[in-house]
Design a protein around this ligand. Sequence first.
Ligand SMILES: Nc1ncnc2c1ncn2[C@@H]1O[C@H](COP(=O)(O)OP(=O)(O)OP(=O)(O)O)[C@@H](O)[C@H]1O
Ligand SMILES: [Mg+2]
Length: 254
Amino acid sequence: MKKPVLEAKNIRKSFGDLEVLKSVSLTARAHNVISIIGSSGSGKSTFLRCLNCLELPDEGSLAFAGEEIEFSRRRGKIVKADARQLLALRAQTAMVFQSFNLWSFMTAAENIMLAPQKVLGISRPEARERAEHLLQRVGLYDKRNSYPAQLSGGQSQRVAIARALAMNPKLMLFDEPTSALDPQLVGEVLALMRELAEEGRTMILVTHEMAFAREVSDKVIFLYQGVIEEQGTAKSLFDTPKSARCRAFLRREM
Ligand SMILES: Nc1ncnc2c1ncn2[C@@H]1O[C@H](COP(=O)(O)OP(=O)(O)OP(=O)(O)O)[C@@H](O)[C@H]1O
Ligand SMILES: [Mg+2]
């Protein structure tokens, strides 16, 4: 079998006395779409951020594209990741945030052009061409010279997704990409994400959109207080959840 794109084992993370992740593991293989669900505060964002070391785990291991990330440890606790590997991991995993995080002083096209030039060393004209192609892809070519303040939330998030795609990432991470949107704008972002799933992109997403998670996911993980309480195929987890906590959560959300 092919090596997983990402393999996280026994990830632990505390903030002060608060233990947020208590040995959480996940394996993402090429073309997998994995959804992480759970109540507010269960550790979903923290886990996602640990997967590309935006947050350093305290313990555990992480392998990306078959290469184990080398962590320096002090008294057993992870304090540093190998700098070269960290750059590669960040360049090849694209994160899409709830709040878009676009640069307000750059146009839509410029937002997309930045990382390919800085990180991949692509020339400005080539980055421009790539950005315009991606804007076409997400249906926003006519907004290429607009600034984020001139875009709706749904348009901003589609630009943010185009920006993620510009790096041609091996893995895409989404943290509640539709939670900040007005209900009527959620659909356009989900439609784009559905296309990405269908074209075989490897994706891990945190979402409260249960119907969407059920439709696109190969695997669903239910986190409860920093522990994987239940995981399985979308069908098994949504239709026949075994854990009472998972059942109660789904009753509230669906
Ligand atoms: N940088 C931080 N410093 C201290 N505590 C933090 C930090 N980040 C997260 N926490 C705490 O860790 C716990 C898990 O937070 P996290 O953001 O991972 O939850 P979540 O499942 O994503 O919740 P939500 O659905 O509300 O986004 C929360 O109790 C939160 O307050
Ligand atoms: Mg969160």
